[in-house]
Design a binder for this molecule. Sequence first.
Ligand SMILES: Nc1ncnc2c1ncn2[C@@H]1O[C@H](COP(=O)(O)OP(=O)(O)OP(=O)(O)O)[C@@H](O)[C@H]1O
Ligand SMILES: [Mg+2]
Length: 260
Amino acid sequence: MVTTQNKCKSIVVKFGGSVITDKTKSYTIKHDVLDRLAKITKEYLEEGGKIAIVHGGGSFGHHEVKRIEEEKGVLESSDAPQIQYSMLLLALEVSKTLLKHGIPAVLHPPHTLCDKPTVKDCRMSPIIRDYAQSLVPVTYGDAIPYDDKIYIISGDDLAAALVSILSTDCLVYVIDEPGVMTSEGKILETLTSLKNLELREDNKIDVTGGLRKKLETALELSHHYRGTIIITNPDGFEKILKGQDIKSVGTVIRATRSED
Ligand SMILES: Nc1ncnc2c1ncn2[C@@H]1O[C@H](COP(=O)(O)OP(=O)(O)OP(=O)(O)O)[C@@H](O)[C@H]1O
Ligand SMILES: [Mg+2]
């Protein structure tokens, strides 16, 4: 059983595109990382944990959006199928790996759930249905055609919405860094505000705002979500699944009262 001390008996995890793909190379999956994430998730399920999985666009969706933008200068609703297809390719690989490890993963493409490109306009009932039956719902950042344009619904936002909908104890963002790094290269134990926080500039493509937008979303969520929000890497995720003290496994996101 997941021990009573484990703060995270139920989790929404977002597997960042930065960790499951190589964001510097189009259409490149890090199969070894994906395998490891699946293996530790399976062990957690066997111990009685509950989980829903969201994944990012990585070098699939983000790169496809960039490619079309550079080619045409503009994104139109007629471009949605290409972006959706690129994300389905990644989602199917994620599902394939999860199933291979014995995880009852069920794929929920957002373009079939979301009427508009905002999470409140996504019908989450099929995800709730599966989660209630101890299946593992899998969803991801996707392209939503709306009003003759294309909007990207981000995996970060979907994950933030799902913690409240599924009432999970924890939200874990897994990225390719052990947490939020300060400019001196130290891992921040707790992030309470973005004021005075200098993030490293990087050249990885991220059409949904990268780490800063993720942190904004998480800080905003922390005003009303009573569970734990944490950013970490696969090592930290494994420690969380095994019930180790969350203080030492990444960056906990908790907004200060003054921002309420
Ligand atoms: N100060 C920092 N601390 C940690 N990571 C940082 C920092 N500054 C920039 N980064 C970058 O932020 C990235 C994580 O955010 P990003 O949104 O790019 O990835 P992701 O969410 O995993 O990908 P996707 O959007 O495809 O799911 C890391 O790959 C890291 O290189
Ligand atoms: Mg991102």
